[in-house]
Design a protein around this ligand. Structure first.
Ligand code: SF4
Ligand code: SF4
Length: 365
């Protein structure tokens, strides 16, 4: 691949260098350095495109890796720069073959092996069918939905798909699905990422996702109309269970947004609406800011990941939540660790788990 072939010329040309994106960028907030801002990285990409900077230059590789890929720079951009595509293209050029970071190779290899993912899911007892009860809502007329099981969610948090299936009656749970390819696309293999997403989207029916990163990737490849977040599918059904009570009072519940769900799919009001029905909703300051998980970021840049999440710990410490809700498995893993280290009592749960809990409480005698 030559330097001029790395980026889509039209996408790269969209930026008008206005700088509106700078205050929203977590890495710029950490450093105050233009080079680690969206505008700075786009200038770097242009220099690579023009052959002025080598794509494997040390500073270029550092910026390709330091960026969280959170896409917080997209919704605030007046020119509509598709920054997520640009950073994927940069990593696609920088993280190929032997240049791929060692720590993520086993993950990609796992996500590539459909049989292994399915076996892990079965062993961990992910959702296998749609149970008829324990549900707060009935299936919408003529609904044709399939639940996406995810690859890492199947292994790490299988209770999420079980809760989603239990609270979305009538949804199909195909057992032969593999990875959606988001992990590949975000980590230097755009082609394989698109191939896997298309394979999943070839199935009939609307895909319901419990992972913001996966949903945004499928939407980018197959179209926004092919995929919905769990919260959207739930609200479409029109009824929610009553509040969760703790010592006779509604539970205090906060949310950590998923960057890709919020910035890539435009879904942020829906999970808040669901939570508001399930207890006392508490807006966490900076809920829309990246938690530092960012796919493989916490694995590759642990120190930076902890610097990114640090302001949240202080904010959460004063809120005294009963539950912190997440809508993406990477955020779930990250926030469980963060709250445990900070010795905060809030329980980190996926939104589907919270809805299942509320439904179970409503049905209890
Ligand atoms: S990415 Fe958008 S907001 Fe940022 S400098 Fe370019 S045009 Fe402005
Ligand atoms: S994706 Fe996130 S970290 Fe990267 S430039 Fe945009 S706002 Fe900054």
């Amino acid at each position: 691949m030559s330097a001029g072939d790395i980026f889509d010329a039209e996408e790269l040309g969209t930026c008008i260098s206005c700088g509106f994106c700078l205050p929203s960028c977590p890495t710029y907030k950490l450093t105050g350095d233009e080079a680690s801002s969206p505008r700075g990285r786009i200038a770097l990409m242009r220099a690579i495109d023009h052959g002025e900077v080598d794509v494997f230059d040390v500073a270029a590789r550092e910026q390709g890796s330091f960026c969280l890929g959170c896409r917080a720079c997209e919704p605030v951009c007046p020119a509509g720069v598709p920054y997520g595509n640009l950073i994927e293209d940069l990593r696609n050029a920088q993280w190929k073959g032997r240049r791929r970071p060692l720590r993520i190779r086993p993950l990609l290899s796992f996500a590539d092996r459909g049989r292994l993912i399915r076996l892990a899911g079965r062993l961990r007892r992910h959702a296998r069918f749609s149970p008829p009860s324990a549900s707060p809502a009935t299936a919408p007329e003529g609904s044709d939905e399939i639940l996406m099981l995810g690859c890492f969610e199947r292994s790490l948090f299988p209770a999420v798909s079980r809760a989603a299936a239990a609270t979305l009656p009538g949804i199909e749970v195909p057992q032969d699905q593999g990875c959606c390819g988001a992990l590949h696309a975000h980590n230097g293999d755009v082609e394989r990422g698109e191939e896997l997403a298309r394979r999943l989207a070839d199935r009939p029916g609307r895909i319901v996702s419990t992972a913001g990163g996966c949903a945004a990737h499928i939407a980018a490849v197959a179209g926004r109309d092919r995929v919905v977040d769990y919260s959207e599918a739930l609200l479409d059904r029109g009824s929610l269970p009553g509040p969760i009570l703790i010592d006779g009072r509604p539970a205090r519940i906060g949310l950590q947004d998923s960057c890709h769900l919020r910035n890539g799919m435009g879904v942020s009001a829906e999970p808040r609406k669901v939570i508001s029905a399930l207890g006392a909703y508490v807006e966490v300051p900076g809920a829309g800011d990246c938690c530092g998980a960012a796919g493989t970021y916490a694995l590759l840049r642990r120190k930076d990941s902890r610097r990114v999440v640090a302001p949240k710990i202080a904010a959460l410490a004063v809120l005294d939540l009963d539950f912190l809700v997440v809508v993406n498995p990477g955020c779930q893993r990250q926030m469980i660790g963060v709250l445990r280290r900070a010795r905060l009592r809030a329980r980190v749960v996926h939104l589907a788990e919270l809805v299942a809990l509320a439904a179970a409480e409503a049905e209890a005698p």
